[in-house]
Design a binder for this molecule. Sequence first.
Ligand code: HEM
Length: 169
Amino acid sequence: MHIGLYATSLIFHVLAACAWIGGMLFMALVLVPGLRKLDDASLRRDLLHSTGLCFRLVGWVALAVLLTTGALNLIGRGMGPQLWVKAEFWRAGYGHLLAIKLLIFVCILAISVVHDWFIGLRANDAQVIAAGSPQALRLRRLAMWFGRFNLLLSIAMLVIGILLSRGIT
Ligand code: HEM
């Protein structure tokens, strides 16, 4: 692969990781605490819902870019599809760490589907129907913990990515 294409892929990989992790950190550390300061419960709910929907799109685009550029990074480093089909590649060293990274990535995708399309939407509906009810609070808390766990897994991905990049396997 041309070095320019490899460099571009790396840049987009890191940019997508920034958008994904940065977006989650912003939601958890800035948006949610900021919204808690508002007295109007329906305004709080609507703001969280509309920003959540915006970030859902940004997040899924970032995850798609991470997967595509991740594969390109591998090809750029001379570890193309000819290696991916070999069991020995995944058993030790670089391939093994990459296998762990891919497994975590699948977990992130699964958690995101459940969080974005089921729990998050149901939590909002429950707030509309009966704001402050035990059911609404339970769903909100569940959505929050799914989000936090995804953030934790994504930071693990970032650490593994840095190790892979520097050949620390
Ligand atoms: C949430 C998802 C992901 C995050 C946050 C993430 C993050 C990162 C980061 C921060 C780096 C280090 C870049 C550097 O220091 O130069 C990296 C490198 C890397 N990532 Fe990912 N990544 C993700 C998903 C993936 C996926 C799905 C793949 C495979 C398809 C992948 C494959 C790689 C490879 C091969 C490298 C090494 C690049 C090189 O040195 O050539 N990543 N990743």
